[in-house]
Design a protein around this ligand. Structure first.
Ligand code: ADP
Ligand code: MG
Length: 304
């Protein structure tokens, strides 16, 4: 179990994080979300032991995670951190980068483990390519495999799929998160992408104004977002009195209703159209299966 107890921290006198308190059970996947600059990366760095805390303590089971004041070398063997600036060895191959810290004492075991990881990050074609010749997304995948190589007990991921294109993202996410679950590896992932979270996180914490403002399962956070900031993470939404926060997919166009709006603009979105309409002199957004004609009056229901 990871325990973050009442942690406060600032790079200067101004605090970046204040009274941060949460636990993550072994093998669970915790997502940290929040606006850019809300302290997601900082929190991961604190868990990694990169800085000394101003207040509070962090424990992995009975072991206290300590900063540079108490710990000469940053980091612990049981923990791996894939940062936004992945540090790799550019002049060696993908295979060598992934296997670097594996013992040469058992060459067969090393080879088996390395190729298993290359498969997880789908880099089979590039096994012998030097890292300097890879794209940003491919480098990010090498960094992920490298972090998994030594079978950490806890993995910290900072925007882990940010450089990876959409073609690869979906399967890569499933490969990585399934591997972590199957191996009971605790994972903390900072992200601004809901797709990194919804199908995979056991819990989500939301950072805002230095504090944790929510800690919930993805389903509970999605269904009851409480604040516009939280709803905006999941998609297009409206604030409609007296209903509160209403996602665009919770508005249904119907034959007749007391609620009426005028269509202003339609945006193609693949699976649906996002319809912008005027209701009570304000814009609302509706998810609809077809394009609608501009300036036409529609009736709608709210289904929440
Ligand atoms: P996020 O990852 O959520 O975007 P960060 O943790 O990177 O947020 O940053 C949180 C705040 O701390 C920001 O205001 C940022 O400018 C500041 N900050 C981040 N790193 C440093 C640093 N090394 N020195 C000083 N301030 C920093
Ligand atoms: Mg960050």
């Amino acid at each position: 179990m990871l325990k973050v107890e009442n942690v406060s921290f600032g790079y200067t006198k101004t605090k970046v994080l204040e009274s941060i308190d949460f636990k993550v059970k072994t093998g669970e996947n915790l997502a940290i979300i929040g606006k850019s600059g809300s302290g997601k990366s900082t929190l991961l760095k604190l868990i990694h032991g990169k800085y000394d805390l101003d207040e509070g303590q962090i424990f992995w089971n009975a072991k206290e995670i300590q900063g540079p004041k108490f710990n000469l070398v940053v980091g612990y063997d049981f923990m791996k951190f894939v940062t936004q600036e992945f540090d790799l060895m550019p002049f060696t191959t993908v295979t060598e980068n992934i296997g670097e810290h594996l013992s040469n004492f058992y060459p067969e075991k090393k080879q088996k483990r390395t190729s298993e990881l290359i498969k997880i990050v789908e880099l089979e074609e590039f096994a012998k390519t030097k890292v300097k010749d890879l794209s940003g997304g491919q480098k990010q995948r090498v960094a992920l495999a490298r972090a998994l190589a030594k079978q950490p007990k806890i993995l910290l991921l900072d925007e882990p799929f940010s450089h990876i294109d959409n073609f690869k993202k979906q399967s890569l996410r499933r490969n990585i998160f399934n591997h972590l679950k199957a191996n009971n590896i605790t994972c903390i992932v900072a992200t601004h992408d809901k797709n990194d979270v919804l199908g995979f996180a056991d819990e989500i914490i939301v950072l805002h104004n230095k504090k944790i403002i929510a800690k919930k399962t993805p389903q509970n956070l999605y269904r009851n977002p409480k604040l516009p900031l939280i709803a905006s993470f999941f998609g297009e939404f409206n604030e409609i009195e007296p209903y509160g926060i209403v996602y665009a997919n919770q508005i249904k166009v119907v034959e007749d209703s007391d609620l009426k709006a005028i269509v202003k603009q339609c945006y193609f979105n693949g699976d649906f159209w996002l319809v912008e309409a005027e209701y009570n002199s304000e814009s609302i957004f509706i998810q609809h299966k077809n394009e609608l004609e501009k300036e036409v009056e529609i009736a709608f229901h709210i289904t929440k």
